[in-house]
Design a protein around this ligand. Structure first.
Ligand SMILES: [Zn+2]
Length: 197
């Protein structure tokens, strides 16, 4: 994630569902020093095993796995452009048809709450209703998928959309794709492309 420029340092975190519970990146460890053995195994009830602590943001990973059967992997990053839009507290409107790749006509922005809290997790679950990605106010973004690769691809797509939207904002925000067309695109995405399940 750092090499492709969607994350910095040891911020952000990644998880993947397993037979029971999930694996998540450890707390505060630089990614280039991590290996498979450093991943922390978690139950869906907040318990971890091993010596390393899970990412301090494990709670929203857990809660997404608990209420979203379709999600098998989660990528959370503080990428520059998504974080920029998130710091404005804005959602991404349907200014580009690829907004629909995240499952709806907008990509919502979850309300701000302190990292690692249940309140933040609740806000994320809200923003993720019928979506595969959301922004997080004054924080960053998260993207999900049926595999780690798809979750990463979604994160890259959201970052790209946020960069374009950031460029459009001082120019008036751009033209919107109309509602009926977005309905059509949403239908198409159900059966086509890298973002389908
Ligand atoms: Zn974060």
């Amino acid at each position: 994630m750092n090499a492709i420029g969607i994350n910095q340092g040891s911020s952000g975190n990644v998880s993947v569902r397993k037979a029971s519970g999930y694996l998540i990146t450890p707390s505060g460890m630089p990614y280039d020093e991590c290996s498979a053995k450093d991943m922390v195994s978690m139950t869906l009830k907040g318990k971890s095993d091993g010596l390393l602590k899970p990412s301090s943001e494990w709670r929203f990973h857990q809660d997404i796995y608990r209420c979203r059967e379709d999600v098998k992997a989660i990528v959370h990053v503080h990428s520059t452009f998504a974080t920029t839009i998130a710091c404005l507290g804005r959602e991404l409107p349907s200014f580009h048809y690829m907004v629909a790749a995240a499952g709806g006509k907008t990509i919502r922005c979850a309300d701000y709450h302190t990292f690692g809290t249940q309140e933040l997790s609740d806000a994320v679950i809200n923003a993720m209703q019928d979506r595969k990605a959301c922004l997080m106010a004054n924080h960053g973004m998260l993207a999900t998928g049926s595999t780690l690769k798809k979750a990463l691809a979604m994160a890259i797509e959201v970052e790209n959309l946020c960069e374009v939207y950031w460029r459009l904002l001082p120019l008036g925000g751009g033209n919107m794709v109309d509602d009926a067309e977005m309905d059509l695109i949403l239908e198409k995405f159900k059966s086509y492309g890298q973002f389908t399940e």
